[in-house]
Design a protein around this ligand. Structure first.
Ligand SMILES: [Zn+2]
Ligand SMILES: [Zn+2]
Length: 151
């Protein structure tokens, strides 16, 4: 398991929100939950976890929508780009994650798993060789991620 992090930069389409962070670039995941589908307007949200406490905004801050008691989704108030899932509780900050498409170098990311594969759209095929976790695997996933990120 890797605790190796990579410093990345990224931001929104219009450039108003820019960030830098240490992320687990080679431990990304593809979330097929219906909240991610609605929030992105896409079949899935593809993200990388940050190292807790390392996310910094360099210009404007995102605006947020509280999508659950645990997290809020950040987006640029000008261009609408979805950027971040931000944990609400400070002790959960290790679960804060960035959208891969907002990274300046998204091609450098590597995926390791699907989550909420129960609601994967049948015609959306990507990284099909990776493990697929379902809703019932949520607790196991948290344990795995905690180990892999050193949280
Ligand atoms: Zn923007
Ligand atoms: Zn999701």
């Amino acid at each position: 398991m890797q605790h190796h992090t990579t410093r990345v930069t990224g931001g929104c389409l219009c450039g108003r929100v820019r960030y830098e962070a240490e992320v687990f670039l080679h431990n990304g995941y593809i979330c097929h939950c219906t909240i991610c589908q609605h929030s992105t307007g896409q079949p899935a949200e593809i993200t990388v976890l940050i190292k807790a406490g390392t996310l910094k905004y360099l210009k404007e801050e995102p605006q947020y929508y509280a999508s659950s008691p645990e997290g809020k989704r950040g987006f640029c108030g000008t261009c609408g780009s979805r950027l971040v899932w931000q944990a609400v509780r400070p002790e959960d900050d290790w679960l804060t994650n960035l959208t891969v498409g907002s990274l300046d170098r998204p091609a450098d990311a590597r995926m390791t798993r699907h989550i909420y594969a129960d609601t994967q759209l049948p015609w959306y095929k990507v990284c099909e060789d990776l493990p697929k976790l379902t809703v019932s695997d949520a607790d196991r996933l948290l344990v795995e991620l905690a180990r892999e990120t050193g949280a």
